[in-house]
Design a protein. Structure first.
Length: 191
């Protein structure tokens, strides 16, 4: 494993879809939220940029609806707090929040613009779902030329198999993988 050499002035934490409506859909997401909160705390201490990403729609007609072999889940009423970020993350009115309308956090948002204006060249990525929102964002970040550190225990998917597929075959090709503890131990020391 190569050293991380994290420079928090050039590194952003990007948290994908850690919102009430999505975290309720998967088992194990409380641990993901707890690990993400630890990362948020470290980035706040070190002065790193944090981007909280959520998926929400204006009227539902702005959601993607491609023709696929796997039919979408049946529509159900969306609770009023569905797009609210998990309270454990401590998001405030001064924080940068990205609202996306597809899997990845770059397309159709100003995330890339905000990162580049701040001189960010590396993103630390976590959230749900590992193989959908996180992987979609990781692939876009790779294509935009960002270095990536993917926090594997701060991610979850609908199944362990889906989570492991991304962690074993996709993420090692586009970034470095660490657990929360490994990242904090390596990046959190020193100033």
């Amino acid at each position: 494993m190569s050293a991380l050499n994290v420079d928090f002035s050039k590194t952003a934490l990007v948290l994908i879809d850690l919102q009430k409506g999505i975290t309720k859909m998967f088992d194990g997401t409380q641990e993901v939220v707890d690990q993400a909160a630890r990362l948020v705390e470290l980035f706040r201490q070190k002065g790193g940029f944090i981007a909280f990403v959520k998926v929400a729609f204006h009227d539902g007609r702005d959601a993607l609806k491609p023709t696929t072999d796997m039919p979408p889940a049946p529509a159900r009423p969306i609770p009023a707090d569905w797009a609210e970020l998990a309270p454990e993350l401590g998001v405030s009115g001064q924080d940068y929040v990205v609202t996306k309308r597809q899997w990845g956090a770059f397309f159709g948002t100003d995330l890339d613009l905000q990162l580049r204006r701040r001189g960010v060249d590396t993103i630390v990525l976590c959230g749900v779902s590992t193989n959908i929102g996180v992987e979609g964002t990781a692939r876009e970040a790779y294509q935009h030329g960002y270095n990536q550190i993917l926090i594997t225990d701060a991610m979850a998917a609908a199944s362990e198999e889906e989570h492991q597929l991304s962690c074993k075959y996709i993420f090692p090709r586009i970034g470095k993988l660490r657990t929360t503890e490994e990242f904090i131990a390596e990046a959190g020391r020193g100033d």
